[in-house]
Design a protein around this ligand. Sequence first.
Ligand SMILES: Cc1cc2nc3c(=O)[nH]c(=O)nc-3n(C[C@H](O)[C@H](O)[C@H](O)COP(=O)(O)OP(=O)(O)OC[C@H]3O[C@@H](n4cnc5c(N)ncnc54)[C@H](O)[C@@H]3O)c2cc1C
Ligand code: FES
Length: 264
Amino acid sequence: MACITNCKIVAHQEVAPDHRRIVLDAPDIAADARPGQFCMIEVREGSSPFLRRPMSIERIFDDGISILYKAMGEGTRMMASIPTGAYINVQGPLGNIFPIESDTVRSILVAGGIGIAPLIGLAEAIIARGARAPEVILAARTECLLLCEKELSQMGCAVTLATDDGSAGFKGFAADALRLLDPDSKTLVYTCGPNVMMRAVYDVCAAADTRCYASLEAVMACGDGVCMGCVVETNAENEFAKMARVCREGPVFDARVIRWNAFD
Ligand SMILES: Cc1cc2nc3c(=O)[nH]c(=O)nc-3n(C[C@H](O)[C@H](O)[C@H](O)COP(=O)(O)OP(=O)(O)OC[C@H]3O[C@@H](n4cnc5c(N)ncnc54)[C@H](O)[C@@H]3O)c2cc1C
Ligand code: FES
């Protein structure tokens, strides 16, 4: 059940150029949150910017949550300037969750840049279930934008790095790195990042008969299923299921359901 609450910022630090982590004292949100869900953040009180900004829940603690974000536009730059100790208004948790199957033999998390945000809590949850630590592909344009390698390695995840410019790890794209890990029908892949990356990841999975869950992004207004501003096209035959709301039916989708070429 989502709540709207003022949360104290207990830590707020830069983790990479233009990327920050904010830790919020938010026991009510943490109590209900599950990996895959997100929050709508009011970056400033009042009407400018008018809309809250959707942000994945990175980690869930007993008394709060963390959010990992990229300061890219008006709202996130404002957020970056809020000091530790201040309060921000947060609505959450919202959206659906990553399915975790206890009999999964192997899981691979594929993140593009800031797309690692929702996958950190997922990795923790998979390990907490007693399953084998997931393998993780961290992909980014260049080395300094590879996020959370240390945290994931400390959790016991085998991390493969991939950069477009070859400045760290494998030189190439996330989907190419995934192909090299040779997923099969017993593997479960979870992915989050730019649509073009997730589509390529899905293509590798489809060819290998590997199930794949993708966490999608959309520009959101209400974040809670009302405005229909965040719909994506699906492959459903049924007229009513043809459009799915990222904020309500998602953000996590079985990648087979998404009509990926609608993003072209
Ligand atoms: C469910 C969900 C979870 C998200 N989780 C995270 C997260 O954990 N960390 C993070 O950094 N970002 C996350 N995002 C994206 C984040 O919401 C946008 O980057 C943010 O709203 C941009 O706000 P802004 O005011 O800085 O940018 P604006 O000034 O509004 O826009 C700057 C640029 O960003 C683009 N943009 C705006 N909103 C989005 C969006 N929702 N998705 C993609 N591009 C957008 C605009 O088209 C424009 O080019 C998430 C989005 C969704 C829908
Ligand atoms: S953002 Fe309003 S329905 Fe999804």
